[in-house]
Design a protein around this ligand. Structure first.
Ligand code: G3D
Ligand code: MG
Length: 159
């Protein structure tokens, strides 16, 4: 079976872990890489009738940006860059997160999650809706979460 590593990247508290929980249905892997504070969840998906497995990497807790080890980023096929629509600076910081990811994985695919979209008003949603590669997600209300993971997986596996 083909396995691909994907990363959740973004500031603290934007909802990275919640998005994974929502998508993976509580089938968390027990495996912790405790020395670097990483948790890996597995999710099997069917793409073009083929079974593939996503290995979804998440940093535990509030790991400060500067101390994220290269081993976290290394060998990733894709990333979900997560910002919180209720805190604009977390959206602004996505460029920086993307640069680090692209430096280490120049051919990596990525999608962007503007998470906590349940906190937006309808007119705000409309103004953000059609930005390329951006998914307005809510881990809380289960909006666009699976759709986003699948979109990333398709990009990765169609490469
Ligand atoms: P992180 O892994 O990026 O650090 P978490 O973020 O997944 O731990 O989530 C941080 C906080 O945001 C949590 O609140 C969580 O419940 C909340 N959250 C995550 N996703 C959403 C969402 O889509 N909508 C809303 N409204 N809240 C969300 P607490 O209070 O538990 O710390
Ligand atoms: Mg987390």
């Amino acid at each position: 079976m083909i396995r691909k590593k994907i990363l959740l990247i973004g500031d603290f508290n934007v909802g990275k872990t919640s998005l994974i929980r929502r998508y993976v249905d509580n089938t968390f892997d027990d495996r912790y890489l405790t020395t670097i504070g990483v948790k890996i969840s597995k999710k099997k998906i069917l793409l073009n009738d083929e079974e593939c497995e996503l290995l979804i990497w998440d940093l535990e807790g509030a790991t400060p940006q500067k101390s994220i080890p290269k081993t976290y980023y290394g060998g990733a096929s894709g990333a979900i860059l997560v910002g919180d629509v209720s805190r604009f600076e977390t959206i602004k910081n996505l460029d920086e997160h993307m640069e680090v990811f692209k430096q280490i994985n120049p051919n990596g695919s990525y999608v962007i999650a503007y998470n906590k979209s349940d906190l937006l008003k309808l007119d705000q949603i409309k103004s953000l809706q059609n930005i390329e590669n951006v998914f307005l997600t809510s881990a809380k209300n289960d909006i666009n979460v699976e759709k986003m993971f699948i979109a990333l997986a398709k990009e990765i596996f169609n490469d």
